[in-house]
Design a binder for this molecule. Structure first.
Ligand code: GDP
Ligand code: MG
Length: 438
């Protein structure tokens, strides 16, 4: 695939704007990657449609080919659609209930224990509630897991109505020393009405604070249908995607988010009780696109975008312009370059400034402080630091959480730095500039 891909991109080396024809090849590659990643077909179609509308007419950056430009848009859209991130479980200190539902085998019982552990690590006292009365083994499985994480498990032997079990469990919560109840409900192999009615009744009468749908990422295409059914029957607050270890491609994340619209909270990455991670859309987006090796192209495109930005900055410098905004950007680029201590030697005046900031050792921290100071300035102050008087200095310092003297120091040292930058640019010391900016 790789060789063909680069070839295709080379032939598409057009300039100007994204058009239907110069996007065609890129969209085809994206469609292929999404399908390989197990995104459901209708969702793939809707996504391609949305992205092409979004991208049509967008200016192609000087150094990028249309396909690369398109791919950066695809990546951003994927991240946006699978987000936003909301890791808050919205629990009340006085006592909360989380209900887990999903098909049989999706990972509810395992996830109940993982979630319990996650909550314990954050100072909560969770208890697990055995509300799956379908299979006798389910209760025992939950008891074993509860023992493993050291959380109480509420069980009623011989009970037949999960609603009654949940209600009794919540009454017992204070006596059991718990403040979060995690309801492990029953699932079926396929969506059926009896199950949905039962879950809907629990949802309505118990009114859990959070209802999470547990989805097996390995089920790929089927995940959409079950997610839709659960979403219609219950008020879902979030999704937990399990079995993302192994070779699940993660396409289910996009499909399920698309269908339910509720945030993906966590991903399950193993059978152990600690294999639960907060969901990060960037990681899944990379994984989905990584399927078709498109990620490499996106990384390259990003580097080029950075370079183009640096070039533009360099052009402005050569015109004799260098403001605190440029300085801020320079600092940011410099931080991304790696070993700071080496990079700093390349920027004239920088090591002096850092020394004066009293942070010679922890350069990372000093950089952040400098950026923080510049961020707290108004655009005008960044362009004309000479207007920064005592009261402005105080305001900026308060905003950045530093001492007013540090603001003064930055302004004082910025003058010689900008002087050197402008001189270097005008003398055409390109080699050194290039080193600094790349
Ligand atoms: P339930 O029927 O929904 O309660 O599903 P279970 O919690 O019993 O899980 C079904 C199977 O999936 C069990 O063998 C679990 O160990 C396994 N499982 C659950 N979550 C994960 C996960 O994130 N990764 C892997 N590899 N296996 C998982
Ligand atoms: Mg179970």
């Amino acid at each position: 695939l790789q060789a063909g891909l680069y070839e295709a991109i080379r032939t598409l080396a057009g300039q100007g704007k994204l058009t239907e024809s110069n996007m065609r090849e890129g969209l085809r590659l994206v469609q292929q990657a999404l399908l390989e990643a197990d995104v459901s077909l209708p969702v793939v179609k809707a996504f391609i449609e949305k992205v092409s509308q979004e991208a049509l007419g967008e200016r192609v950056m000087r150094s990028l080919r249309p396909t690369q430009q398109l791919l950066t848009i695809v990546y951003e859209q994927l991240v946006a659609l699978m987000g936003p991130v909301d890791h808050d479980l919205h629990l009340k200190p006085s006592g909360s209930t989380i209900m887990l539902c999903g098909l049989q085998g999706s990972g509810k019982t395992t996830t109940a224990a993982k979630l319990g552990r996650y909550l314990q690590q954050r100072g909560y006292k969770p208890m697990l509630v055995a509300a799956d009365l379908q299979r006798p083994a389910a209760i025992e499985q939950l008891q074993i897991l509860g023992e493993k994480i050291g959380a109480p498990v509420y069980v009623e032997k011989g009970a037949t109505d999960p609603l009654v079990v949940c209600r009794n469990a919540l009454r017992q919560m204070p006596a059991l020393g718990a403040n979060v109840a995690i309801l492990d409900t029953a699932g079926r192999l396929h969506v059926d009405q009896a199950l949905m009615n039962q879950l809907a009744a629990i949802d309505r009468l118990i009114q859990p604070d959070q209802v999470y749908l547990v989805v097996d990422a390995m089920t790929g295409q089927d995940a959409v249908n079950s997610a839709r059914a659960f979403h219609e029957a219950l008020t879902l607050n979030g999704v937990i995607l399990t079995k993302l270890d192994g070779d699940a491609r993660g396409g289910a994340a996009l499909s399920v988010k698309y269908v339910t619209g509720v945030p993906i909270k966590f991903i399950g990455t193993g059978e152990g009780t600690d294999a639960l991670e907060e969901f990060h859309p960037e990681r899944i987006a990379s994984r989905i696109l990584g399927q078709g090796d498109l990620m490499t192209l996106i990384e390259q495109a990003r580097q080029k975008i950075d370079q183009e930005e640096a070039l533009r900055q360099q052009e402005r410098l050569q015109k004799g312009e260098f403001t605190l905004e440029d300085f801020r950007r320079l600092l940011e680029q410099t931080t991304r370059l790696g070993p700071l201590n080496q990079v700093i030697q390349l920027v004239p005046g920088m090591s002096q400034l850092l020394q004066d900031m009293g942070d010679e050792v922890d350069t990372d921290r000093a950089f952040r402080r400098l950026c923080g100071i510049i961020d707290s300035m108004t655009p005008e102050e960044r362009r004309k630091p000479e207007i920064i008087d005592l009261s402005r200095r105080r305001r900026i310092a308060a905003g950045a959480g530093v001492k007013p003297q540090e603001v003064a120091e930055l302004v004082r040292l910025f003058e010689p730095i900008s002087q050197i930058m402008r001189e270097m640019a005008s003398q055409g010391l390109r080699g050194r500039m290039q080193m600094m900016y790349q």
